[in-house]
Design a protein around this ligand. Structure first.
Ligand code: FAD
Length: 501
């Protein structure tokens, strides 16, 4: 957003970030991604949010990691890129908001081309050791066909090599690194500033001559010295704090459910009951299966790191009328010192379950209540079971082909019962770190959606939200790429409104 808006010299952009600059070398050196960011995150760059106890996961409390640095979570995420769906995401955004001039499959296709010009997305090499065999096993056992188009038509059907926000040398690419830092926009554009270690805390309001509520400025606070500054707003405030902090910020500033705000003593500016509602996330289940047959273990094997690269299947296979409900990532992975092993992770792709994000204090430093409510819609569990069964079928095929060692003990196999699958999923499900849809866009007349189809906060003149909270429902994809397309379009909408007004 900051890059796309400030490419017009007449537009001044100030980006305020509560966290740090991107100085940790492991941001761009991805060789140890999982251990550095997933297992052992540094508090300087990552904030851990503890979710409420999940009733359908035996009371487990999810830990949501969210970034605390320039670039947001795209500076520490798993870098996986997939597109979302022409029909089941982008067309639906147009239908739901009634703003078909802003959101449609065709518009998204154009945005995706722009995106690919900006970001040289890396495709996993199909000739890599064992990928050929895994591809054959997927086709033979499940009947999926290879998706050659790499999502260019915004259709993820079939199975595809995984695609990543990184260079062939495995250096992370993020919107911040690519469009602001490496492009030198930060150094060369006088109309663009980034202020780190400052938290936005409070908006000041006034009424304009049309009696509309206008934000005149934002108080920000230095996270170290605690000194406060007032930033005067010339044109617009764009809130991009992510699906947890954005609803929290709006609620703290009097935009939310009237009863709830009043119970906390917060003056109500806009009664918008949908703020913080509709929280959605993808769940993730990991499966570590059979080892590679002993006769094959000395084969040269190039690994990126210990996450699953390989292939992604979007299932079910015949999803043309309903959208893909789950995805299965499949690879043979190797950790240093271990025999290479078949592994999958299964992600819910279009879950129906919904939770919420809600403040329970007026303190801007207090974390809000996060309740993801996984599997509250039973269909979500059914689809993860299907995905896990497909993963086991591919493993069986690879065993028949002589790639995997049949004597390895496995947690689930072809003889496992449905309740074995259910128990495994309940015990191992975790967040896929895709919190979203808590300040969703909707039709201008729909009182339950806080934003209209221009991403404007209903009831305020000059505030927009542009981040993962605005999706009307969670996209059927890892979020970063659909979010980039959304941001490209948001920048166009803002420019258009600036020239027309
Ligand atoms: C561990 C992990 C792995 C992931 N893996 C993938 C993946 O492989 N592929 C993929 O597509 N997606 C992935 N995601 C999801 C994706 O990265 C996020 O959905 C996306 O980055 C969300 O973007 P956002 O702009 O909504 O919020 P964020 O990226 O969270 O950015 C919000 C920014 O606002 C700042 N902020 C918050 N409050 C304030 C305040 N009051 N004042 C000033 N600044 C503030 C935060 O510090 C942060 O920098 C992953 C996420 C995580 C956490």
């Amino acid at each position: 957003m900051a890059s796309k808006l400030s490419d017009d010299k007449k537009t001044s952009v100030l980006l305020v970030e509560r966290g740090e600059w991107d100085t940790d070398p492991f941001i761009y050196n991805t060789s140890d991604w999982y251990y550095h960011w997933g297992m052992n995150p540094t508090p300087l760059y990552i904030h851990k949010y503890f979710g409420e106890s999940e009733p359908r996961l035996n009371g487990k409390k999810p830990i949501n990691l969210l970034s605390n640095m320039v670039g947001g979570c795209s500076s520490m995420n798993g870098m996986v890129s997939n597109s979302g769906s022409f029909i089941f995401d982008y067309e639906k955004w147009g239908e739901i908001t009634g703003a078909k001039e802003n959101w449609s499959g065709e518009i998204a296709k154009g945005l995706f081309k722009e995106f690919l010009d900006d970001f040289p997305i890396y495709f996993e090499n199909r000739n890599r050791t064992w990928l050929n065999e895994i591809g054959q096993a997927i086709e033979r056992s499940l009947g999926y066909q290879w998706n050659r188009d790499g999502y260019i038509h915004l259709d993820p059907s079939g199975y595809s090599t995984k695609q990543f926000w990184m260079t062939p040398m495995q250096r992370r690419i993020s919107p911040y690194s690519q469009l602001l830092k490496d492009s030198k926009a930060l150094e060369t554009r006088c109309n663009l500033n980034i202020l780190v270690n400052h938290r936005a805390v409070k908006m000041e309001y006034a009424s304009n001559w049309k009696r509309q509520v206008v934000v005149t400025g934002v108080w920000i606070q230095n996270t170290q010295t605690k000194k406060r500054w007032f930033i005067k707003v010339r044109k617009e405030v764009i809130v991009s704090m992510g699906a947890v902090e954005t609803p929290k910020f709006l609620q703290l500033n009097g935009i939310g459910d009237k009863g709830r705000l009043e119970s906390l003593g917060i003056p109500v500016v806009v009664d918008s009951p949908g703020v913080g509602r509709n929280l959605q996330d993808h769940t993730e289940v990991f499966y570590l299966g059979r080892s590679v047959a002993r006769s094959l273990v000395n084969i040269t094997y190039t690994i990126r790191n210990s996450v699953i690269d390989g292939y992604t299947i979007f299932g079910p296979r015949n999803a043309s009328t309903q959208g893909h409900k789950y995805l299965v990532n499949i690879d043979i992975i190797q950790r240093v010192g271990y025999v290479p092993t078949f592994a999958c992770n299964i992600e819910s792709n279009r879950p129906e379950s919904r939770g919420y994000v809600e403040i329970n204090s007026k303190d801007p430093l207090a974390d809000p209540v996060i309740f993801t409510n996984y599997y509250s819609d039973p269909r979500d569990l059914e689809y993860v079971i299907l995905g896990l069964q497909e993963c086991v079928q591919v493993q069986e095929e690879l065993t028949k082909m002589g790639v995997l060692d049949p004597s390895t003990p496995i947690p689930l196999g072809p003889q496992s019962t449905r309740s074995d699958y259910t128990n495994y999923i309940i015990a191992t499900s975790m967040t896929d770190y895709h919190l979203s849809s808590t300040v969703r866009m909707g039709h201008s007349k729909d009182p339950s959606s806080p934003l209209d189809g221009n991403l404007q906060v209903k009831g305020l003149k000059n505030v927009r939200v542009v981040d993962a909270s605005v999706f009307p429902f969670i996209p059927g994809a890892n979020l970063a790429t659909p979010l980039s397309l959304l941001s490209y379009q948001a920048a166009k909408l803002i420019k258009k409104s600036t020239t027309s007004n």
